[in-house]
Design a protein around this ligand. Structure first.
Ligand SMILES: *Cc1c(COP(=O)(O)O)cnc(C)c1O
Length: 223
């Protein structure tokens, strides 16, 4: 199966209002070009340098999604072009994104990465940490817009576990929406679901899925 076949197959099964991010991390430019020629425009990367190199090499109508842990000193590299940062996990990072966005005359859309998994190796905030962030004057920051939440479920074959974690993220979304973004139309995204669990994520209310290996094949090194 080619990348084009994989994309077409996945697109056929996705609800039409759902966004598909093709996660191209570690994959070469030629693979992205194949997906691009098949009509796909949204790609996900988890390293600032790799994403910047790919941005420079590829057509400028691609929307680049940053999905990995983002260090504050790397924000400046992606601020000129990034479409959506899925992985905001501190107020300090949010302030840095705001600063770099304003330097570029931009307003960068961000998601709050919430910790939902059982294993403790995953990045993200717990609900209290998200509230602490949201209690700052975030609406005064003209360089950023918080448009929703993101989460990564535990890597497990236990579907009930995954389902529970995604339903927790959905509940966090609704709670944050009701308290901090009531009547704010742009706060509407729940980024959850990867190759092995995106069907469960969709069932639990995902609006954005991030799919890598089912499109591009397995990665040589997993990160
Ligand atoms: C790698 C990665 C994905 C895609 O993983 P697959 O299992 O290959 O679909 C999605 N989200 C994040 C945050 C990732 O790091």
């Amino acid at each position: 199966m080619s990348i084009t076949d994989n994309l077409n197959l996945i697109n056929k099964t996705l609800p039409s209002n759902l966004s598909l991010i093709a996660v191209s991390k570690t994959k070469p430019i030629v693979d992205i070009i194949e997906a691009y020629n098949a009509g796909h425009r949204s790609f996900g990367e988890n390293k600032a340098q790799e994403m910047t190199d790919k941005y420079n090499a590829l057509p400028k109508d691609i929307q680049w999604h940053f999905i990995g842990h983002l260090q504050t000193n790397k924000v400046k590299f992606i601020a000129p072009f990034v479409h959506l940062i899925h992985s905001v996990d501190s107020y300090r990072l949010l302030l840095e994104i705001n600063k770099e966005a304003l330097k570029n005359n931009r307003c960068i859309d961000c998601l709050l990465q919430m910790y939902i998994a059982e294993e403790d190796s995953k990045f993200g905030m717990d609900y209290q940490e998200a509230e602490d962030l949201l209690k700052n004057k975030i609406f005064d920051l003209n360089g950023i817009r918080i448009v929703g939440v993101m989460g990564i479920a535990t890597f497990t074959y236990n579907h009930d576990q995954i389902r529970k974690e995604f339903s927790i993220l959905n509940a966090y979304f609704n709670k944050i929406k009701a308290i901090y973004f009531n009547n704010v139309g742009y706060f509407k995204e729940i980024s959850m679901g990867m190759t092995d669990d995106y069907k469960i994520a969709i069932e639990q209310g995902s609006t954005i899925v991030r799919i890598g290996s089912a499109i591009f094949g397995n990665r040589k090194y997993n990160k």
